[in-house]
Structure formats: C-alpha cells, structure tokens
Design a binder for this molecule. Sequence first.
Ligand code: SR1
Ligand code: MG
Length: 400
Amino acid sequence: MEYFQMTESTVEEYVKKIGMFANESVLATREVGDGNLNLVFIVKEEATGKSVVVKQALPYVRVVGESWPLSIDRTIFEANALEIQSKLAKGLVPEIYHRNDDLALIIMEDLSRLELMRHGMIKMKKYPKFPEHMSTFLADTLFYTSDLYMDSEDKKKMVAKFINTELCKITEDLIFTDPYFDAESNNINPALRPYLEEVFWKKQYLRLETAKLKYKFLTEAQSLIHGDLHTGSIFAGEEETVAFDTEFAFVGPSAFDVGKVIGNFLINYVSWSGKDEEPGKVKDYRDYLLDSINGYYNLFVKKFKANWDKDAKDVIAKVEGYQAHYMENIFRDALGFAAAVMIRRMHGLAHNLDVDGIENEEKRKDVQITILELAEEIMMDRYSFENIEAVTKLVKERIY
Ligand code: SR1
Ligand code: MG
C-alpha cells in the first residue's frame, strides 16, 4: 500500500479494514499529537470503551513544516525497537498491536489512563514508583542489548538493523552542535540573546567538552538505546511508568538514555525559580526531584550490575575491575549528556514546557541562564563527582 497522510476518517476506515474494530462500530477519533514529528490519533469505540493509538510518521518535521523533509522510515526503527524492548522490559513500554511500514504507522496501546510525565511534573506531581521502574527499564534494555550479554554476531546484526541515520543526525545537530553556535535552527528567547553572544558562545572549553560527548554519541555502539528519553517520552501514574516514542533508537552510548532523564529532572528543578509557587511547596518538590534522581541512578547501577553478575556471557566481562571501569564511564558520560540536554532545551530548536511555560521573558531568561550555568558546572566537573549524591548536593547548594 502506498503511503498517504491519514486523517481521522481514513484512520477509522483503516482500523476497521484490518479487523481491529468491527465494521459497524461507532468510533470517536481525535488527532492528539503535540510532539515535534508525527501524527497521533486516539481511536475509541463508544460502546465498549476499547481504544488504541495510531501513530503515523509525516514525511517532514511536523514542528517545522514541509521545508524540513524527514524519511517516514523512522517508524520502522520505532517499531523494531519497541519489539525488542517489550521482550526485555514488559509493561514498561506500550504494547504494539499492528505495524504497517509502507504507511509508516504503528497501532499501539492507548496510554491515556496515564499522564505525560512532563505535564505532571509541571503541576508538581510526584511519581513514587518512577525510580524503581525507570531503573529496571534502563538496566534491562541496556544490559541485554550490549556486548556484555549478546553474541558478538547478533550484536553486530542489531547495530546494522538500527543504522538510524536521519534521526541520529537530528541529535548530532540539535544537541551537540547548534546550541554552541548562532545557528539558524536555534530558537532563542530575545532576552537571552545578549547572554549567549557575550558569554555563552565564547566558552570554547564548553564546546570542547561537547565535542568529546558528540564523538561518543557518533561512535560508541554500546547498547540499543531509546535515544530520546526525556520526560515527554514517558507516561506515568502512581503505579505505572511507560517509556514510548522510540523513533530515535539506535545502538549508541548507554549513558545517553541515563543522562537524558537526569537532565530533564534538573530542568524542572530549576524552572520553579521563575514561577510564583509557594516556597514551601517548591522546596518539598525540589527535594522530591533530587531524591528521585539519586534513587533512580543508584537503582539503575545496582540492577545493571546484578544483570552483569548473573548473565554476562563475554569472558572478558568477568575480568576483575572491568565492571567498575564500565560503570564509572557510564556515570561520567551520563552527567555530560545530562548537561548537554539541559543546554539544548534552553536555546536550541526544541524546548521544554517546564521553562517555556514561564511567560515573562525576563524571568524565563533568568531561569535559562541558571540552567545553562548549572549544566556547565556539571559538564566541566563530571570527572570529580564522587557519586550521584555529590551532584544533587551541588544542585541544592546552587539553587534553593
Ligand atoms: C526536530 S525534532 C526535535 C526534537 O524532538 C525530539 O523529541 C528530539 O528530542 C528532537 O531533538
Ligand atoms: Mg519524540
């Protein structure tokens, strides 16, 4: 079937045609996509309440328009990654019901019983199970798709299957390049521009550290990573956490996923400085965020090591000291990636609502500068922190 862009009515025809709903079903379909790239429809059968999500790639970047073409093959990477992750981390990714690579569409579990974590965090919502769930998701998906566990030939075939050229290039440009220059793609708060021109873009040493991280992103085929694990790619509730939107998946540095989560939590942490919330509530929520980062990271390390001790197949992985070396690298790199992600969301193309929700340009600029400076400190000092608690302690000392 040749690709065509779906509408609410063609989506309804399609789900009936493939037998997902009966022909006579009365369906209510809404396009709800608010991400940067795709169409997302929720299809609901009025009589039974049964619902599914239909996600279709557009042949261009939705947030920019047709002037930025993008291959629709990204849904192939997304579905392939989901299929692997659902075996390794069942319940922590959406269930996939149907895929049609020609139409660039995936039909999957409707997660609207949960809330987009970013939206919840903007309302100071707490997710007590998040450290437990996200540490399991990452420890299992990252360990069992690495050379520590996989047969060498299978691993290389997986690398080949996930040569995700176009989406990787987006990350290479939007995270590791453009924010460090006055690039056209940047989306700059006018009140922030003087700081960028007079201070930020003059920091040659920061560009150098970012160059080192970019090179890791370009070359380190360590594990099958989610590739875009920010709080807008996670649905969460009291009891559930689900990571979705795996179109950026490829075999890359594990620390990229681990660090993206930390960076997004820290963006939310600082954002409260620009909002008129009661100080007691802000303090309580900030403490919760830092406790979550500590818990999430320490549990991730514990679970990853447990997987290693139980299931590492490569003989060399059992060499004394190698595990400590591997985990040390993940820690340092995760801090670097967290910092890079904080920076890109301040004046790169795509921002976070946590900070963009601050309407007053001046207040927003102050928050953006605080985040840029905190990120710089984390990036530059990433080899000196003893553990994750030392990082969150620094955050608390700087911003409280
Ligand atoms: C053009 S896409 C912009 C951003 O949206 C995605 O969520 C990724 O983070 C990407 O960098
Ligand atoms: Mg996305």
